[in-house]
Design a protein around this ligand. Structure first.
Ligand SMILES: *Cc1c(COP(=O)(O)O)cnc(C)c1O
Length: 512
């Protein structure tokens, strides 16, 4: 099966390998499969009998990539194995009132980005090798990532020691939590590096973009090192496809466990930022999973909630708000473009127009028909910062389940929007201990505006997590987070955010 692009610029559809290595289509559009394959209810429910890695391989095969079954089996076995702390990979925990937490944080970095970023590097490495064999590609790759925290660590872990690829991650120096800093600075692997950048996340991202767009630098890297730069961002189809699997898999599991009658529909509620995770749930539905509605949960950056409720996407007067769920702090949700492409019956012309409006007028409005289709499928709500923290505490008091702030946003929205009698699967996207600081605030009723008590503020992230675990009886701090204070710090370099400084750092790393 081949891939078309959402802006209709790519005339000849490309194979999976090409879509993965290029990431973004030449005109700025996103790659989507020519058609969405369907699985029968039998095939879906049958997945429950397989190990997760094989479930993933089955779903990938349905998309007919230009990779062999053996290649797919190797990729999924490497991605979803004993690097997770449970053989279930992403278990479903039942809470009262038919709410089911789909726990996507049992992987090496304790956040859901592992689910995709353990497969993407393997897709990338195998795809690039295929293209080199076919004489369609010369260079190896260096992945350059700008991160506000979560993505950087998951990408490092995913690309660690993968053949034919190296990775450099930039984070805002002083702008990430102690846990996030140590997760990145202690990263193992021979093909990895990490830089702190003087400035904020925007500076990192702008610096990275300028380096990506610098053709002279690309030529220099090609000539000196036979290396091309690439990114691992969430618009890559190789990152989206792995996310479809866990929604299909969760449904199969609920049926196998007798929680949902075979064929009965569920709702799915997803804490949303770049729209990748919830879009994967949409594709799971298109593939045949009985999903009734998609509940889109936002924090105070509620551009998506407003869009789904009004049909107008408007960022002209919107300020970027800091929230306790930073991985959802975003104004432009890139993957929405794929959803609009599907809802318009794959009308590339409409997409080009709306994306131009977004660039030039900071907003766009979809037509009546597209809006109606969106309303059939989606419901949306947002949660403010205080409510988010209150929800963590209430859920813990009511059911003894400790959740991170991103998950809490979705849990609250699921409570707000659910309808009686329909089970809701809530995507739980991070382990609470990744965001211990805000979880401590939640449990102690300390608002974001207030200072933490001095003795608490003085603790390392690991020590704070142990304190929370003692207070709550939570006994499940993941090993990868619990041991961070003991690991040697490998990367301490801080560089300027300007393109010059990033170029030098990249050259120095490649020439090492
Ligand atoms: C990235 C992230 C999200 C948002 O997912 P999108 O696919 O960008 O919508 C939610 N929660 C956590 C913990 C994340 O890291």
């Amino acid at each position: 099966m081949r891939y078309v692009d959402t802006r209709g610029v790519v005339e000849e559809p490309v194979e999976f390998t090409r879509a993965v290595v290029e990431g973004l289509a030449p005109g700025g559009g996103l790659f989507v499969p020519e058609r969405v394959p369907e699985l029968s209810l039998d095939e879906i429910c049958g997945l429950a009998e397989l190990p997760y890695a094989e479930r993933a391989a089955r779903v990938y095969r349905a998309f007919e990539p230009d990779l062999t079954d053996e290649q797919l089996a190797t990729i999924t076995a490497g991605a979803y194995g004993d690097n997770f702390d449970t053989a279930d990979i992403c278990p479903v925990t039942a809470l009262p009132d038919d709410i089911y937490m789909l726990e996507l944080w049992h992987g090496p970095t304790s956040a859901f980005k592992d689910m995709a970023l353990l497969c993407l590097p393997r897709f990338f490495s195998v795809s690039a090798a295929e293209l080199r064999t076919r004489g369609e590609l010369d260079d190896t790759h260096m992945i350059l990532v700008a991160t506000s925290g979560d993505t950087g660590k998951a990408a490092l872990e995913g690309f660690r020691d993968v053949d034919g690829v190296s990775i450099g991650v930039m984070y805002p120096d002083g702008g990430v939590s102690d846990i996030q800093f140590k997760q990145m600075a202690t990263q193992r692997g021979n093909n990895v590096t990490v830089w702190g950048v003087r400035g904020n996340f925007d500076d990192c991202q702008t610096g990275a973009k300028n380096v990506f767009n610098d053709e002279a630098f690309a030529t220099e890297l090609h000539e000196r090192f036979h290396v091309a730069l690439s990114s691992a961002n969430s618009i890559n189809w190789g990152r989206l496809m792995p996310q479809i699997v866990y929604y299909i898999s969760a449904y199969a599991k609920l049926v196998a466990d007798g929680r949902v009658a075979r064929g009965d529909a569920i709702d799915v509620c997803v804490p949303t930022g770049n729209f990748g995770n919830i879009l994967a749930a949409y594709y799971a539905q298109r593939m045949g999973t009985p999903i009734r509605r998609l509940l889109c949960a936002s924090n105070e950056n509620r551009v998506l909630t407003d869009f789904i409720n009004t049909g107008t996407y408007d960022i002209s007067e919107r300020e970027f708000v800091k929230t306790p769920s930073p991985s959802m702090d975003i104004l432009v949700s890139s993957n929405l473009e794929r959803q609009l492409f599907e809802l318009t019956g794959r009308n590339a012309e409409a997409i080009v127009g709306w994306m131009a409006d977004l660039r030039e007028k900071q907003g766009f409005r979809v037509d009546r028909d597209t809006f109606a289709k969106m309303r059939e499928l989606y419901a949306a709500d947002s949660v403010d910062n205080d409510t988010c923290l209150a929800t963590i505490r209430e859920a813990f008091e009511a059911c003894g389940y400790l959740m991170d702030p991103h998950t809490a946003v979705a849990y609250k929205v699921a409570e707000n929007l659910r309808e009686d009698g329909v089970p809701v699967v809530v995507a739980s996207t991070a382990h609470w201990a990744k965001f211990g600081n805000n979880v401590y605030r939640a449990l102690h009723g300390i608002t974001l505006a207030e200072e933490l008590p001095a003795e608490v503020a003085a603790l390392t992230g690991c020590e704070l997590n142990r304190l929370i675990a003692n207070e709550t009886g939570a006994d499940n701090i993941p090993a990868g987070l619990a041991e961070l204070d003991e690991l040697p710090i490998r990367f301490t370099e801080v560089i300027d955010g300007k393109a010059d400084a990033i170029r030098s750092a990249v050259s120095e790393f490649l020439g090492r």
